[in-house]
Design a protein around this ligand. Structure first.
Ligand SMILES: NC(=O)c1ccc[n+]([C@@H]2O[C@H](COP(=O)([O-])OP(=O)(O)OC[C@H]3O[C@@H](n4cnc5c(N)ncnc54)[C@H](OP(=O)(O)O)[C@@H]3O)[C@@H](O)[C@H]2O)c1
Length: 325
């Protein structure tokens, strides 16, 4: 088969479409014939040599895919050859075929096209596990989503609204109308406005009950300032650095909490648990149309360098898909 390899870390042109060995399904795994994968921000870091795949993961980039099951390994029950699926991957989605632990498979939701289904696994698993399972966002609460226009953000906006929350986003101004169209009640231009002042203004001084943050260190103090009493800050990205001072006094006074999580490096049984939760609690929202895949565009996998340049520029909204064949 062919896959995107990274012979030497570097810029987008470091990604090379080449012949590689076919994957075999190990015990508990299936092999998926890939219809599409999607670009995640982490793939840009992997390309630069700054985010190596975890032990045992395929060497090629690609944290999610959709496609058709081509082979089923020993001990797999409930999945059969020919079934259309999408999957959460630890790597290897940028390829014609990929071996996946069966616990990381999801059926293609009714009403979603096979290619568009590749836009869902990584964002659904990340957002559900952090916003619902960990932070327990409730009806009537306020969710602040940093990077509302990202793949993660466009999903989080819709999911927060579906849970009955008021959703506020930060994003560059050019994306605000489309984010309001997805259900955001307020959009903050983080380049021109202070998000702490804005969140306090729109919540009449209460602050955000839950913040989903992709910026990390440079936002830590301001995120704590933006939290409501009992608020939960969940950091899932470090685009603004990894080390910062935390004022425990400010946290303590608000009875607030800070958590940070990563999906890719979790143990297999935890990933399977998250995928089960997504199937039970998120898939019905997708099938009802309350939450939809937000696809900026589809590009052939052979044009992956163009796709990485686009995501690096931040000019996209939602997911950039990579189609195979
Ligand atoms: N921990 C985990 O398990 C996990 C899983 C998946 C993703 N993530 C993280 O989640 C983040 C989003 O991933 P993705 O693939 O969806 O990314 P993406 O589509 O590439 O989007 C990144 C976005 O960040 C926004 N941004 C940059 N600086 C900002 C700032 N100061 N304030 C607000 N927004 C800002 C940009 O939006 P504008 O155009 O508005 O500037 C850009 O569109 C990444 O940091 C990724 O590493 C973490």
């Amino acid at each position: 088969m062919r896959a995107i390899t990274i012979p030497e870390p570097g810029g987008p042109d470091a990604l090379v479409w080449t012949e590689v060995p076919d994957p075999e399904p190990g015990p508990g795994e299936v092999v998926v014939d890939v219809a599409a994968s999607a670009v995640n921000r982490a793939d840009l870091l992997q390309r630069q040599g700054r985010y190596p795949p975890p032990p045992g993961a395929p060497a090629y980039p690609g944290l999610e895919c959709s496609g058709v099951i081509g082979a089923v390994g020993p001990g797999v029950t409930g999945w059969r050859v020919g079934q259309e699926v999408c999957a959460l991957l630890a790597g290897g989605g940028y390829a014609e075929r990929v071996a996946v632990p069966a616990g990381q498979l999801l059926p293609v939701p009714a009403g979603v096209d096979l290619v568009d289904a590749a836009a869902l696994p990584e964002v659904a698993c990340t957002v559900w596990s952090n916003v619902a399972r960990l932070a327990r966002l409730g009806t009537g609460e306020t969710l602040l989503v940093h990077g509302g226009g990202s793949g993660i953000g466009t999903f989080a906006v819709q999911f927060g609204v579906a849970l009955g929350a008021t959703v506020v986003v930060t994003a560059r101004a050019a994306k605000h109308d489309r984010l309001r169209g997805l259900g955001a009640a307020h959009a903050i231009d983080y380049r021109e406005q202070d998000f702490v002042e804005e969140i306090q203004r729109v919540t009449e001084g209460r602050g955000a009950d839950v913040i989903l943050d992709i910026i990390g260190a440079s936002y830590l103090a301001r995120n704590v300032a933006a939290l409501a009493d009992g608020g939960r800050l969940v950091v899932i990205g470090m685009q603004g650095g990894r080390k910062a001072e935390l004022d425990l006094g400010a946290l303590l006074a608000k009875r607030a909490s800070v958590a940070a999580t990563a999906l890719r490096s979790r143990p297999l049984d935890d990933k399977a648990d998250i995928v089960r939760g997504v199937r039970e609690q998120v898939w019905p929202l997708v099938e009802s149309g309350a939450v939809r895949p937000v696809v900026d565009r589809r590009l052939p996998l052979t044009e992956v360098a163009r796709a990485h340049r686009l995501v690096e520029s931040g000019d996209h909204l939602g997911k950039v898909l990579l189609t195979v064949g």
